[in-house]
Write a protein that binds this ligand. Structure first.
Ligand SMILES: [Zn+2]
Ligand SMILES: [Zn+2]
Length: 141
């Protein structure tokens, strides 16, 4: 598989993902809705080993998720583009925002999580599994 590249709107921060993605998902938690600007948070799970910032430096905003875990959200402090999350040292991946990828069209979400707090007007993908909160396999966001 070839590398996946992405970055923010102004080009200050760029990153590269090498190695196969570990999953994809859509998080409807209220923190993600804030971070995304209104929709849920579409992410791919990039293996930490294969994730590399190739230009610039992201700013990290840290908050406490409802699981009690600290979650960092990386964004560009010039243009504000949300870029990726940091879900703790145990997670083998970084959830990377699909909107930050150069070529997001090939991604399709494997599951929806935190649908308990999804907006009633948000259309769900038919046939894609939904979880009220965290899916049993661990945190994508
Ligand atoms: Zn930027
Ligand atoms: Zn979330």
């Amino acid at each position: 598989m070839s590398d996946i590249e992405g970055g923010c709107a102004c080009g200050k921060v760029r990153f590269k993902i090498s190695g196969p993605l570990m999953g994809s998902g859509v998080c409807h938690c209220l923190d993600c809705q804030k971070a995304s600007g209104g929709g849920p948070n579409y992410v791919v799970l990039a293996p930490k080993m294969g994730f590399e910032v190739t230009r610039g430096e992201a700013k990290i905003y840290t908050s406490t998720a409802d699981s009690g875990a600290e979650v960092g959200r990386a964004f560009c402090d010039d243009c504000g583009t949300p870029l990726w999350s940091i879900t703790g040292p145990m997670a083998p991946f970084y959830p990377v925002k699909v909107g930050a990828l150069d070529e997001p069209s090939g991604i399709s979400p494997a599951l929806h999580l935190y649908v308990d707090s999804a907006q009633p007007w948000h259309l769900m993908h038919e046939g894609v599994p939904q979880f009220p909160k965290m899916p049993p396999m661990g945190p994508p966001t």
